[in-house]
Design a binder for this molecule. Structure first.
Ligand code: ASP
Length: 338
């Protein structure tokens, strides 16, 4: 008789050029506290018997509420100086999925995605109509400037002065640790990511995934990345749950999240082999930068990224959370700095 795997949750807060040299001790501590606290909250839910879907939704809601991460409060700015938020949830047991894109007033887009999944009969809803719909189901709307933070505004200004292209979040010259980062890393519009996500396996062996983002700094109004696209930035079935962060266009083209599952199902790859193949090989071939987190039905965890760092961690019920930021942080992921 095989034993039931221990429930586990993994989270990410974005990948990119996150260098020790570009981080200060106080900011690093804030990130570590956020990762550890959110992992503990997610693991506590799983320990109390909550379904994986509940645990990932709550973990992503907490990440959205934390201004350090580019989702919900603290979301990046579009080229027009606003915020357009995307999110997705997926229940691996049923393949039910819900997503919103381009919402500007939903305080917690992951909760809106849940409503779309549970009530609308659709998978993806966009813009003001999505907002009106989820509000009818009790989802909180806020003034669009509720998402503003001075740090992200400064990122937009630096991005617009420097290059004009859309930029990912936790990298080099637009990162929160800007002064050190400006010295440490040259401006590189392809190297900034800050989406958040969670994947979990619950006590009943069920899997779920959730992903939420503000997208990319200085993105075009109306641009939608991989986050709300089922199979690209978020995916779960009864084999594996995956949440991605990175250059969304490439993750869409690679169908990155689903590809992990497909490699496991059709090619017989292990979780670790499948995630490595997608992140270090398939995405790299099209210059897709970023990473993903994944949990499989046996409780295996993969935290894989092809950037210098990724805010990441996992917690198994009854065990201390494991979390890390940089690529050389021991066993917490396979980041390959380049
Ligand atoms: N994947 C997100 C997007 O393209 C960005 C990110 O991961 O920060 O919208």
């Amino acid at each position: 008789m095989s034993q039931k795997p221990i429930p586990v949750i993994a989270i990410h807060g974005g990948a990119g050029t996150i260098l020790r040299s570009a981080m200060n001790a106080e900011l690093e501590q804030r990130y570590n506290q956020a990762l550890s606290g959110i992992l503990q909250a997610g693991a506590a839910l799983l320990a109390a018997g909550a379904p994986a879907l509940e645990a990932v939704t709550e973990a992503v809601r907490l990440l959205e509420e934390c201004p350090l991460f580019n989702a919900g409060k603290g979301a990046v700015y579009t080229e027009a100086g606003g915020h357009e938020l995307d999110a997705c949830v997926m229940d691996g047991a049923t393949l039910a999925a819900g997503a919103v894109a381009g919402v500007t007033r939903v305080r917690n887009p992951v909760l809106a995605a849940r409503v779309v999944m549970q009530h609308s009969g659709h998978v993806l809803m966009i813009g003001p109509a999505a907002q009106d719909y989820v509000a009818q189901h009790g989802i909180e709307l806020v003034d669009p400037n509720w998402f503003d933070t001075p740090e992200r505004l400064a990122q937009l200004q630096r991005a617009q002065q420097a290059a004009g292209g859309a930029m990912l979040d936790h990298d080099g010259a637009t990162s929160l640790a800007k002064d050190a980062a400006e010295e440490a890393a040259p401006l590189d519009p392809d190297r900034k990511f800050g989406t958040v996500g969670a994947v979990a396996l619950d006590a009943n062996g069920k899997l779920a995934a959730a992903t939420s983002t503000g997208g990319m700094t200085n993105k075009r109004v109306g641009r939608v990345g991989d986050t709300p696209v089922v199979g690209a930035g978020c995916y779960a079935n009864d084999r594996v749950a995956v949440s991605c962060t990175g250059s969304g266009e490439m993750f869409i083209r690679a169908v990155a999240a689903y590809d992990v599952s497909a490699l496991m199902e059709y090619a017989g790859l292990s979780l670790e082999e499948a995630t490595r193949r997608v992140v270090q090989d398939k995405l790299m071939r099209i210059d897709g930068r970023g990473g993903l987190i994944a949990v499989d039905a046996q409780g295996g965890v993969a935290l894989s990224f092809n950037t210098e760092g990724m805010y990441r961690g996992y917690a198994r019920v009854g065990q201390a959370p494991v979390f890390a930021i940089y690529g050389d942080d021991g066993d917490a992921g396979d980041g390959a700095a380049s």
